[in-house]
Design a protein around this ligand. Structure first.
Ligand code: ZN
Length: 281
C-alpha cells in the first residue's frame, strides 16, 4: 500500500481532511502510517489554500492505537527521521532501540503535530484507544460522535500511560488517575464533561458539523489563528505540560525496560487481543 493510501488528503473549501486509512485494523498506527500522516500534515501546512486541518479515521473507528499486532506492524523498519535529532532505532537493541524509536514516532511526532501553525480538529467516531488518544489530543479541537469511546489501558502492561502523556491536562488529574488506574473506557459524554472534547454530535452529523466548524474558523485571519494557537500551547507548556511529559516519558521507558527484564518483552507479552481479553470488554 502506498503512503497516499495509508492517509487520504482531501480538500473541502479551505479545509484539508486527512483520513487515516487502515479501517481493516481500526486505523492502528504503524510507522508507515505515521510518516504518511506527517507528509500529509506537511502538505496541508504548505498549501496556502488550506486554513484548517481535520484529522479523521476511515471506517467505524477513529483509531485503535499503536499497531501492536497487525500484519503491517513495522517496528523493525527504517524511515527518514523527521521529529527528533537522534539515531535510527534499527540495528540497536534494548532500551537504546526503544527510546530512539518512541521518541521519534510517538512523542516527537505528536509534539511536531501539536505545533502545526494551522488549527487542527480531530473528528472522532467509535474507538479512540491508547495511542489513538494521542492523535486526538494533539489536535486543537476534538469533535466526537455520540458513539465515540476512549481508553488508555496500557497500565495493564504495567506502563504508566501512553508516550504523549497529556492525561492530566486533557482530563484533569483526578479523572486521569481513574481511567489510568482502571483502564476503563469512557464515553463521549464523559469526555465532554471533563473538557476533553469540545462537542458531541450524532454520528450522522459528525462530518457536516466538523466541516462547518472548520469553515467558520477558516474565515478568521490566518496569522491571528497561528499566533493564538501558539499562545495557548505556550501557556500549557508554562503550566508544566512539556516538562512533565518528558519526565513521564522516562517512567514509560523504565516500565518498558522492566517488562523486558522480567517478562522478556517490553509490552509484557501483551498484544491488542490479550489487552482486550484482560479488560473483559
Ligand atoms: Zn512505549
Amino acid at each position: 500500500m502506498t503512503q497516499d493510501e495509508l492517509v487520504r488528503l482531501e480538500r473541502q473549501g479551505a479545509t484539508a481532511v486527512l483520513t487515516m486509512n487502515r479501517p481493516r485494523y481500526r486505523n492502528a498506527q504503524n510507522s508507515a502510517m505515521t510518516y504518511a500522516l506527517d507528509s500529509a500534515f506537511t502538505e496541508a501546512v504548505n498549501d496556502d489554500s488550506v486554513a484548517v486541518i481535520v484529522l479523521a479515521g476511515a471506517g467505524e473507528h477513529f483509531s485503535a492505537g499503536h499497531d501492536i499486532g497487525s500484519p503491517g506492524r513495522d517496528v523493525e523498519k527504517s524511515f527518514e527521521r523527521r521529529a527528533v535529532l537522534w539515531w535510527d532505532h534499527v540495528g540497536r537493541s534494548g532500551a537504546d532501540q526503544r527510546y530512539a524509536r518512541e521518541m521519534e514516532v510517538y512523542l516527537g511526532m505528536c509534539r511536531r503535530w501539536r505545533e502545526l501553525p494551522k488549527p487542527t480538529i480531530a473528528m472522532v467516531q467509535g474507538a479512540c484507544l491508547a495511542g489513538g488518544l494521542m492523535l486526538a489530543w494533539v489536535c486543537d479541537l476534538i469533535i466526537a460522535a455520540e458513539d465515540a469511546y476512549f481508553a488508555d489501558p496500557v497500565v495493564r502492561m504495567g506502563i504508566p500511560g501512553v508516550e504523549y502523556f497529556a492525561h492530566p491536562w486533557t482530563l484533569g488529574p483526578r479523572f486521569a488517575k481513574e481511567i489510568l488506574f482502571t483502564g476503563d473506557r469512557f464515553d463521549a459524554r464523559r469526555a465532554y464533561e471533563v473538557g476533553m472534547v469540545n462537542r458531541v454530535v450524532p454520528r450522522a452529523e459528525l462530518h457536516s458539523h466538523t466541516l462547518g466548524l472548520a469553515q467558520r474558523i477558516a474565515e478568521m485571519p490566518r496569522f491571528g489563528l497561528a499566533l493564538t494557537k501558539r499562545a495557548v500551547n505556550q501557556a500549557e507548556d508554562l503550566m508544566g505540560m512539556r516538562s512533565a511529559m518528558d519526565a513521564a516519558f522516562g517512567l514509560h521507558h523504565l516500565a518498558h525496560a522492566h517488562n523486558a527484564e522480567v517478562a522478556g518483552d517490553p509490552l509484557a507479552g501483551m498484544d491488542a487481543a490479550s489487552m482486550k481479553a484482560r479488560s473483559g470488554s
